[in-house]
Ligand binder design. Sequence first.
Ligand code: SF4
Length: 144
Amino acid sequence: MGPDDKPAGVACPHLTCTGCREYENRPTICRRFECAFLKARTWPVQWRPDRSGLLCLSELLSPGVWGAAVYELVPGRLDSTVGRAILEQLLAQSSFVVLITRDGRRILRQGLRVDTKEHIPRPHFAHDQRATESSPRGYSRPAP
Ligand code: SF4
C-alpha cells in the first residue's frame, strides 16, 4: 500500500508510535484534514484529541445542515466529563452527531435544531441508523 492508498475507516498502516512514516508524502486527504478542535479555535485545551482521547470532525453537509463525528481514541472517554461536554457542544451546533466507540460501534445522536427528515447524510455519517434512538451510554439531548 502506497501513501495515497489509505482507505477510510481502517487503521492506517503508515502510522507508527512516532507518527506518520509517510508524512512528507501523505495523501491529499491527510493534508486537508482539520479536526473540530483546530477548526473551532475556542475549545479548551483539555478538549484537544491527545488530552480528551476523542477525535472530533465537523462538516457542513448541505446548507444549514452540519454533521459531526466523534471517534473514541481511548476506551471509555465518551463517558468522561470532558466527553460529555464535547458532545453537548457538538449537539448544540450540529444536526446530528455520530459516536464511534473504540470497539467500532456507531451510535447516531440527533440534534434538535434542524429537521433532517429530507436530508440524506453522507455514508460516513450514516453507518448505523439502527442505533438512532438508543441512548446506551447515558447521554441526554440538549434542551431545545
Ligand atoms: S497522516 Fe495519513 S498516511 Fe500518515 S499516518 Fe495519518 S492517516 Fe496514515
